[in-house]
Design a protein. Structure first.
Length: 329
């Protein structure tokens, strides 16, 4: 069995190879079918127009060989890159903020210690690429600079695009447009969205919301890493990439769909918890196992399980939750 997955991540000691093999042999059939359909759709072109058909295709997964291209196009990153030729390299050549550089350097060795491509001994070592992307982004978006969590997101983008400049523009699409105010110093957008999830759980899985309230467990304790790292290191790689396919096309409501599906699907299991540490432990457990590994069926579930979830609903909840947080100071 291969100890390292196709993305360079070492598999844990207790990795269940048998059930993974069983899943992957089924999933390979899906991947092959999707690859044929995508090749027909793209016909060797480097462009696609947003449409219901494209949305449907994206929900069913983008084959890895087309992933970087499709992410670039649907997120608007491609357009931005084309409109700003040479900008990325100018950022790297310009004057640097010492404090920012220091913060980024500190996190280099902490980024994916379990990935062989990010080791200092790797050739090429992706740490150098990651450093460049984060330094450029910190100087491009001074309001954000650098914050922990961004290193993991940039790292994943590098693994998929294998391209420094594209990773930079995709990071910009995520932080600048798709995720509202997640990484600013006050992290108001992030805190708001965790509260929004709490409100959505009250509406859609009230028993779990009631349990959390009864034991005084704040949402931020159990889901903050889901939001900050966009499920990296929480869910299996293939599943994270499928989530990101939809995130780049449909925006931040996908995060709520995933979170609600995990909670709803494991409602009975979560409700077995009888105290504070128990609840936290249950939330760790629900992100493991075959339900999340079977990424194809999991993705079908995120569009059915939570029921209707419009951007209008989310934005309305965001307004009230943000006001509440601001009033609490």
């Amino acid at each position: 069995f291969c100890r390292v997955d196709p993305y360079g991540f070492e598999r844990p000691e207790d990795f269940d190879y048998a059930s993974y093999e069983a899943f992957f042999s089924r999933y390979l059939v899906v991947l092959t079918r999707r690859a044929i359909k995508w090749s027909k759709l793209l016909k060797g072109k480097n462009s696609i127009q947003k449409s219901l058909k494209v949305k449907r295709y994206i929900r069913k997964g983008i084959p890895n060989e087309h992933r970087a291209l499709v992410w670039m196009i649907v997120s608007g990153a491609q357009t931005n890159m084309e409109q700003n030729p040479g900008y990325y390299h100018r950022l790297l050549e310009g004057e640097k903020n010492g404090k920012l550089i220091e913060a980024i350097k500190t996190d280099m060795n902490r980024t994916f210690p379990d990935n062989v491509k990010f080791r200092k001994t790797a050739d090429p070592c992706l740490q150098h690429t990651l450093y460049n992307v984060l330094v450029a982004y910190g100087h491009h978006n001074k309001a954000v600079g650098y914050c922990q969590g961004m290193n993991f997101i940039a790292g994943y983008l590098i693994l998929i695009t294998k391209n420094e400049e594209e990773s930079f523009w995709l990071l910009d699409a995520l932080i600048g447009r798709i995720l509202p105010d997640y990484y600013s110093p006050a992290m108001l957008g992030l805190k708001t969205d965790q509260e929004v999830l709490g409100e959505l759980v009250k509406m859609k899985v009230p028993a779990v919301a009631e349990l959390m309230e009864r034991h005084g467990v704040m949402w931020t304790l159990v889901v903050s890493r889901w939001f900050i790292c966009l499920f990296i290191d929480i869910l299996p790689v293939e599943t994270v990439l499928r989530i990101w396919d939809c995130l780049f096309y449909e925006g931040s409501k996908i995060i709520f769909r995933v979170a609600l599906t995990l909670i709803k699907q494991h409602q009975a299991f979560i409700l077995e918890a009888t105290n504070f540490p128990d609840i936290c432990e249950k939330f760790k457990q629900i992100t493991k196992g075959t339900f999340v590994t079977e990424c194809h069926s999991f993705m079908q579930k995120i569009f059915t399980d939570p029921g209707s979830l419009s951007m209008a609903t989310i934005n309305k909840l965001r307004e009230t939750c943000r006001e509440k947080l601001l009033s609490q100071g």
